[in-house]
Design a protein around this ligand. Structure first.
Ligand SMILES: Cc1cc2nc3c(=O)[nH]c(=O)nc-3n(C[C@H](O)[C@H](O)[C@H](O)COP(=O)(O)OP(=O)(O)OC[C@H]3O[C@@H](n4cnc5c(N)ncnc54)[C@H](O)[C@@H]3O)c2cc1C
Length: 510
């Protein structure tokens, strides 16, 4: 398995294993945890100036959302400049725009410097409104962009066969193959002397005056600094209460005609659809994404693909669905990512999370911010994205809202569990959480009748997991931990799996 889901993403063929080298009795300058775009970019940058770095990955490089992204590189964000001005002020919104440009430049210069063959291309983007409400939104977006000096130009035609009322062109965005990119960057990191250890789960840490000890599945790792580039940090952190996990769906289609869009595209529905073209193995494909929802909040995640496919078929001349996959991202309470010192740390442990749908940009930017914080102790964007900005009252409304949902969901789960009386109600290919002799279990019956019985309580913060039929996983609605049908952990913040019933209790359904 090379990704945190049962479906194959269109990038996955590029995932490769790196050789693990012995780590005993060494002191590293920086231990970077997580081999997605954030971890690889950060490790590369720090290693390049001669620091002794180690990159620890629970599975393989590209296993997380970076292997399930759609890899648009944008410097306009899910949080619009208008929203940023109103929440953080004009100067900070300008800083945000500058940060986006810097991130795209970093990717371009990494690609150029190491001749990374990752299909990097600058592209224009079309942002379009399909009804009057969206027109109002679009005008607001343009107004905000104008105020921060960010270029958006109204246009009469778009590159997509979708009726629209108003649209803008945004120049100098980009796209690339995310796994070819991080594979190339990992190779450059190793060439510069960096060490990669895969299949290494970081379970906890101890921060001391002189450094950090990471407790891992392969033993202790000692470093002067540690970076959690794990998309969401392990353990319990205030950041888990100021970000919420979401799923998004992507499909790569071949078209009957050759009208593949040459630009990146976005409408303004909530959730919005996003589009772009990429060539895989000599074949052009249209990638469409959307149908986002909070993790664990769709009864039938498979239907999200059907909705997305139907919507695309109603506009594009679709031939075949070549790939369909989903993945997870994290929504921050105030709309901005958290990049910097981990809130519970005295200064030696860093984190990067809360990227919304802009992690290619913010993951890359994290490498520059964390590099500066480790080397110089300061960075121009550090204050804006400071993970310690969330005081007990900041983001409180969203925090309460997230938790209110969690509480009511918990009750709803209990009720539905009451209705399920025995394992016998599960048909082949189905999964349910059932109550059995006072405990609750997550049960999945394979097509051949093989039952997989797990305790349904997420080890992270004790919430009840939900079935995700699209990716054959048990997903925690609270903080986004995910597990496969055998209880093995796919996605943090949990660092251990769902408890599996004794082998003798696992069995075949009659
Ligand atoms: C469908 C979809 C489409 C998207 N499209 C775009 C897009 O077009 N443009 C864009 O900018 N953003 C997009 N995003 C968001 C973006 O893909 C993510 O924000 C980004 O990939 C996150 O990268 P990361 O390196 O921080 O995390 P990840 O890629 O998730 O990497 C984290 C890694 O850490 C490892 N890990 C976790 N816990 C531990 C542990 N305890 N010990 C060791 N290792 C651990 C994981 O195995 C994983 O490999 C999209 C998201 C989704 C869901």
């Amino acid at each position: 398995m090379f990704r945190d889901g049962a479906r194959k993403s269109m990038w996955q063929a590029e995932a490769k294993r790196f050789e693990n080298l012995p780590t005993q009795d060494q002191l590293f300058d920086v231990a970077i945890v997580g081999g997605g775009i954030t971890g690889v970019s950060t490790a590369y940058r720090l290693q390049l100036i001669g620091l002794k770095c180690i990159l620890l990955e629970a599975n393989n490089i590209g296993f997380g959302t970076t292997g399930g992204t759609t890899a648009h590189l944008n410097d306009f964000f899910d949080t619009t400049y208008k929203e940023a001005i109103s929440k953080f002020g004009l100067e900070n919104a300008k800083l945000l725009a500058q940060a986006g440009k810097e991130a795209i430049n970093i990717v371009h210069s990494n690609v150029f410097r190491h001749a990374i063959n990752c299909d990097f291309e600058y592209k224009n983007a079309h942002l379009f409104a399909v009804d009057d409400d969206q027109v109002k939104q679009l005008d607001d977006i343009v107004d905000g962009a104008n105020q921060v000096g960010y270029e958006m130009n109204y246009i009469d035609q778009i590159d997509f066969p979708i009726p629209f009322k108003k649209a803008v062109l945004i120049p100098k965005q980009a796209q690339f193959h995310p796994l070819k990119y991080i594979k190339g960057l990992t190779e450059a990191y190793i060439q510069a002397g960096g060490m990669v250890v895969e299949n290494c789960m970081v379970e906890s840490h101890v921060e001391e005056h002189a450094g950090v000890v990471l407790k891992t599945s392969l033993g202790d790792i000692n470093a002067k600094h540690a970076v959690y580039a794990t998309h969401t940090p392990p353990g319990i952190s205030i950041l888990h209460f100021t970000t919420a996990p979401y799923r998004s769906y992507a499909i790569a289609f071949s078209l009957k005609n050759e009208n593949y869009p040459n630009t990146l595209g976005y409408d303004l529905y909530d959730p919005y659809h996003y589009y772009r073209t990429h060539e895989i193995d000599g074949k052009q494909l249209l990638i469409a994404g959307g149908e986002d929802h909070k993790t664990g909040h769709s009864e039938d995640t498979g239907s999200c693909f059907a909705e997305l496919e139907n919507y695309c078929r109603s506009h594009f001349d679709v031939d075949t669905v070549e790939y369909a996959w989903s993945s997870q991202y994290f929504e921050p309470a105030d709309g901005l990512p958290s990049i910097g010192v981990l809130p519970s740390s005295d200064g030696r442990i860093f984190v990067a999370t809360g990227f919304r749908g802009n992690g290619m940009t913010f993951g890359t930017l994290s490498s520059a911010i964390i590099y500066d914080l480790i080397i110089d102790g300061e960075n121009p964007y550090a204050k804006l994205f400071n993970p310690k900005r969330f005081k007990p009252t900041a983001g409180f409304t969203s925090f309460v809202k997230e938790n209110a949902t969690v509480v009511s969901d918990f009750i709803k789960d209990k009720i539905s569990i009451e209705r399920i009386q025995s394992l016998a109600e599960i048909n082949e290919g189905e999964a349910k959480v059932v109550k059995y002799e006072g405990d609750s279990y997550a049960i999945y019956a394979e097509q051949n009748g093989q039952l997989h019985v797990l305790k349904s309580t997420c080890p992270h913060a004790k919430c009840e997991v939900r079935w995700n039929n699209a990716e054959l996983s048990w997903d925690c609605p609270c903080h986004g931990s995910r597990f496969n049908i055998n209880g093995r952990i796919l996605t943090g913040p949990a660092t251990s799996g769902l408890e599996k019933l004794n082998e003798e209790l696992q069995g075949k359904k009659n």
